[in-house]
Design a protein around this ligand. Structure first.
Ligand SMILES: O=C[C@H](O)COP(=O)(O)O
Length: 261
């Protein structure tokens, strides 16, 4: 059965090496015991810093949590000092990779073309790209949908032209809600995620799951219900208890009659 809810975490550059491994072990322990896993409809992934990927893979071995990178390069090998290929990520056992986060656009000047090339390289290497999209300034939900659809299509079009039709996750992250005190309102998120999912489903070959990120934490999934495909978590997953609370919400949501019919 395809997952009905996706819960991803990016640790960004917040944790040290040992701290990442300790957090991963604690989360692995929570996941192993949690009843939501028996439902089999939750897709879980974690993006640690690059040097911690091997240890994080080890910490989550035997669980349903996939590990991936926060970034990758668009070529598979060559003279690209400091970069990491999708080929190596795949070889290590990664299943996912984050592409085009707003912070990479802001601090490393990543362009739409580079994001599209990275998306293509991810799909070429059988990695599920988690493509970050979202408007820079507050706007209406209709305007946010248009901008997000445009960004998603730009990222995916070259891969689709090459016949790379693997699954992709679209992380809708309004840039003004990243690193904020609270997320966008549930009404706004729901409207954008639903609109975006409907538009992306129109011509897609592979599955296109839409999840929300930007100061998401405990309580949000319950407010959103089935209006989003899941959450892309940052700071508010740093406490293992908060992560467990979000899994509890996922469990309740998946057991609700609307999801059972
Ligand atoms: O990668 C995750 C998102 O940018 C959200 O981060 P945040 O929840 O810390 O705002």
């Amino acid at each position: 059965m395809k997952p009905q809810l996706t819960l991803g975490v990016s640790l960004k550059m917040y944790f040290g090496y040992q701290q990442t491994l300790e957090w991963s072990r604690q989360i692995a322990d929570i996941v192993r015991r949690h009843p939501v896993i028996r439902e089999g409809q939750v897709e879980l992934f974690v993006f640690p810093s690059l040097p911690a990927i091997a240890g994080t893979l080890e910490a989550f071995r035997g669980t349903s949590v996939s590990v991936g990178a926060q970034n990758m390069f668009w070529e598979d090998a060559g003279a690209y000092t400091g970069e990491v290929s999708g080929t190596m990520l795949r070889e290590m056992g990664c299943g996912y990779v984050e592409i085009g986060h707003a912070e990479r656009r802001r601090y490393f000047s990543e362009t739409d073309k580079q994001i599209a090339d990275k998306t293509t390289a991810a799909l070429r290497n059988a990695l599920i790209p988690v493509i970050c999209i979202g408007e820079a300034q507050r706007c209406t939900a209709a305007q946010a949908i248009e901008q997000a659809v445009d960004q998603a299509q730009q990222a995916l079009a070259p891969a689709e032209k090459q016949g790379l039709h693997g699954d992709a996750i679209l992380a809708y992250e309004p840039q003004w809600a990243i690193g904020a005190k609270e997320p966008a309102s549930a009404d706004f998120i729901g409207e954008v995620c639903e609109g975006l999912a409907a538009r992306l489903a129109e011509n897609a070959h592979g599955a296109r799951r839409v999840i929300y990120g930007g100061s998401a934490g405990p309580g949000l999934l319950t407010q959103l219900g089935s209006r989003t495909g899941g959450l892309f978590l940052g700071r508010f997953s740093h406490q293992p208890a908060a992560y467990k609370a979000i899994l509890d919400e996922a469990f309740t949501l998946l057991l609700s009659p609307a999801n059972r019919s």
